[in-house]
Ligand binder design. Structure first.
Ligand code: SF4
Ligand code: SF4
Length: 103
């Protein structure tokens, strides 16, 4: 069997135009490339990396809902985290106590 037949069919993936947002950040030192996050994402934001063991590719970042199953399903703590946009990081501070909180 020649090498191209052994690899299977070639698939081309074209990302949408780059956006400033990066909704999910991987830690390549922790991620094992198991692709569980790829399979649980209902929006198909990622695709598996063509090199086995590397973090998935964030192909459609603007499709992310920040819903979190990709993070909660990951078996390796710290391998993936949500990166909320600045305008979604609003918090409140109680004048009386100085406590910071979100509602
Ligand atoms: S981030 Fe977690 S679930 Fe996703 S490929 Fe890496 S180890 Fe697997
Ligand atoms: S937060 Fe939700 S939509 Fe965004 S990549 Fe994770 S599972 Fe997919």
């Amino acid at each position: 069997m020649d090498e191209s037949a052994a690899r299977g069919p070639e698939v081309y993936a074209t990302p949408n135009s780059t956006t400033p947002g990066q909704p999910v950040v991987f830690d390549a030192a922790v991620c094992t490339g198991c692709n569980i996050c790829v399979h649980v994402c209902l929006e198909d934001v990622f695709i598996p990396h063509p090199r086995k063991g590397e973090p998935p590719i964030l192909l459609y970042p603007e499709e992310c809902w920040y819903c979190g199953p990709c993070v909660s399903a990951c078996p390796h703590e710290g391998a993936i985290r949500l990166n909320h946009p600045l305008q979604q990081r609003v918090r409140w501070k109680r004048k009386s106590t100085g406590e910071h909180f979100r509602v």
